[in-house]
Every structure is written in C-alpha cells, then in structure tokens.
Design a protein around this ligand. Sequence first.
Ligand code: ZN
Length: 502
Amino acid sequence: MMKLEQAREQFKTIAARLKAYQYVLGLANWDMSTLAPPKGKQAAAKAIGVLSGERFAITVSPELREVVETILANKDEATRVEVREAELLYEDMEKLEKIPKEEYQEYSELQSTSMFVWEDAKEQNDFDMFAPYLEKILYFSRRFAKLTKPDMHPYNACLDDYEKGVTMTELDAFFGAVREKTVPLVERIAKDGRAIRDDFMLRTYPVDKQEEISRRLLELIGFDMKAGVMAASEHPFTNEITTGDVRLTTHFYENMLTSAMLSTVHEGGHGLYEQHAQLSPVVGGTTLATGVSMGIHESQSRFYENSIGRSLPFWEYFFPILKDAYPQQLADVTLEEFYRAINIAKPGLIRIEADELTYNLHIMVRYELEKLLLEGSVAVKDLPRLWNEKYEAYLGVTPPDNARGVLQDVHWSGGMLGYFPSYALGNAYAAQMFATMRKTLDFDGLCRKGDLAPIGAWLNENVHQYGCLKKPGELIVDITGESLNPQYLTDYLQDKFEKVYF
Ligand code: ZN
C-alpha cells in the first residue's frame, strides 16, 4: 500500500487536473447561458459532453482510488480536511463507478442540449417540443438511481444527491407542517388582510438603471466584484468557476421594479458563500472550498433575498437610493407602501416571483410531481394537466399556458430532479440561523445603516468558511444548537405577515 506522504503528493496533481476540468466546464456552461450564439450551441453541448466524460474518467480512475483509500486508511495521521476530501471523493467514486462511461457522457450531452431546447420551448410555449427530452432525462435519472442506489426509492436516491440524508418521509412531514401553518394564514389574508397598493411596481423602470442598482446591491452585501462577474440570462444562476472567479446572472424586466433586484441579491447570497469558501483559511484551495449542499446554499441566498431584501429595516436605508434612481416613477410612493408592496402575499403562477409566504407551496407542487415522475406512475405527456390541477388545488390559480406553468423552471431540463425541495429546506435553515444570529447581532440596526458587513462576517464565520467540511446536519446543530426545525420558519412567516397585513 501507498504511503500517506506519497498519496498527498499524487492527490495534489489529480486535484489540479480535476480543477482544470471544472474551470473549463464551468466557463463553457456559463457561456452557453449568456453569450453563446444559437448556431454554436449544438457543438458546444457536444464538447461539454466529451470533457465531462474525461473528468468522469479521472474521478473513477484506479490512481485516484488508491490515493483516497490510502488517506482513509491513515485517518489518524491525515488532517480533518484531507479525511473529509477523501470521504466525499470516495462516495462519488463508488457512485460513478456504477455508471458506464458512455452512458454518463450521453447524459451530460443530453443535459446541455435539453437546456437550450427548454429555452426555446418556453419561449414558444410548446411543451411537446420539450417532452421527449424530459422523457430521456427521466429515463437516465431512474436508471442511474437504480445503478447507484439500488436499495433506495428512485426519488430518495435523487434527493440524496442534493441533500444527503433527506428522504420523502421527512419531506412529507416537513411540507405537512408548512402547509398546516401557511394555508390558513394565506386564506385569512385574502379575507381580512388590508388592501396593499402595488400599482407603481409595474411602471416602466429602464433596465440600465436596474443594472446599476443590481451592481450596487451586490457590492453592499459584500460580493467581491474583483472575484466575480454579473451578467444577464434567461434564468438567474450562480456558477463557481475557480478560486477568485464566481459568476452570477440576473434577468431584467423593464416593467417589474423588484424582480431583478431580488434575483440579484438571491444569487449574490449564493455567490458570497462560494467566494468566502474559496478564500477560507480552513478549506480554501481544497476540493472542500464550495457549498456543502443545495439546502444550505439556498439558506444563504434566501436569507439575502428575504430576511434582508424584503425587510423593513433594509429598505429604510435603501428606499431613498432607489427613489433617486427613479424619481418620477416613485414620486408618489412612501417607504411603508413600498415595503408592503414587496411583501404582498398572494398566490401566483411563477415560483421565482412568489412571495415568501406562498413560495413553499410552489415547491410542494414540484415535489409531488417529481415523486410521481420518478416512480413512473405518471407520463410526461400528462404533466401540464397535473401541474395545472395542483396549482388550482394548493394555490387557487390555473396557468393560462405552459410557459407560465410546467415550463417555467430550468431545473428538469438540466436533469436536476430532487433539487426543488432544497429551496424549501433552505428557507427553513435560513429562518433557524436568523433566529440565532439575532441573539448576538443588532440585525435591524445594521440594516438601517446599510452596514451589511457584520452580517456577512457572521455567515462566513458560521457557515461559509467551512465549505463542505461539516455536513449540513452538523452545521445547523453547531450554529443553532438543534437539528432542522420547521417551526422557526413558520413562526417567522406568521410574525412578519401579521405585521404586513393586520
Ligand atoms: Zn438559489
């Protein structure tokens, strides 16, 4: 058996190669969603498929396996970071080894292709155009679940990829708790809540100013523009490219005042997590220098979007700045009116435009449909009808077309089945962390001054700097003293929306 010293040396070499692939693939994916011209996309998808296949080969190579096994056999001598790196790679290896290389490559290519097919399908409101791709994605998801985690329900296997340890049993209970508290409040608001003025939200807000404001918001939350980029894309996302390079996108709408701002702050929360992890004294430069799970990642983005971006103290600081940018459009609007308008709780069609209160119900629809799709108890062609029925049942609205219904989100086109529940878990983690943060930080006072640095520092100290070192469950217990508890979320929502509406 190899010695630990030798394993360390080899690991450095292999990790550098993996990082190089991640860099090129990250850039290529970024480019596909932002700048690449339509006629180049097919070939780009092909190239991405080839490179992914090569990266895959490294991940399952006997060389890497030997290195990882050596580290794991010398746990006492190795550092905590080295052990965790080896453990995570070992898990990946065990999983990927069970997938034939050709299939993995075919799947990677399919992911890229189907993402731009989805873009066209959404634009043309044509579900039939997208359906065959979704069928193939589902085929691979089910097949890979069976190959890699044969003892698990295929949907639990998908969930496990994004939030290790979380299963349908826990999520059924979680959504049950959220639904029990949310639905009556939504109904009470509809019946007795005060009328909230929002006419000004749909006035014309030229995009160049919106872009300026978005950049200013990113600076304010501490996103380092020297280690990051902001661009526009159809669906906002964040890509960690390499150390010192985190890229995020937003989407500007001329007739929606807050859509781009809040998406930018949301992606900024993801970006900050990545930037801090990359430069962390604990995990920086290692394979652990990234977000630990989708749920924890979403807790950071939702925290910035909602706990800060939809809070009254923050807008006490920022509303005058916004008014300066749009003096005519906002001349007749008070801070209070604006604050209430960005917190209107009204069931709607679009997840990314949803308010904090009804948001989790949007996730519940997707959660239930994914379960059915993975089980194979529902055909892809029936998806639009089922989608619309569930929207009617939980939110009381029916999409007039598929673009505003089943085609609205990018995730399924990229093969990300099992991802959606992370959004709701993220809200719950965020609320739980927020309650703890408030014990030691004057959150309201800091927001009123526009001094968000101590808040970013708190998150860095408690979450970001650890990257993947601590498991999600461990992280939340270390920070808050207890495991995930949906009550923090339901209490937070109750308290906030009581004040907004009554
Ligand atoms: Zn997000």
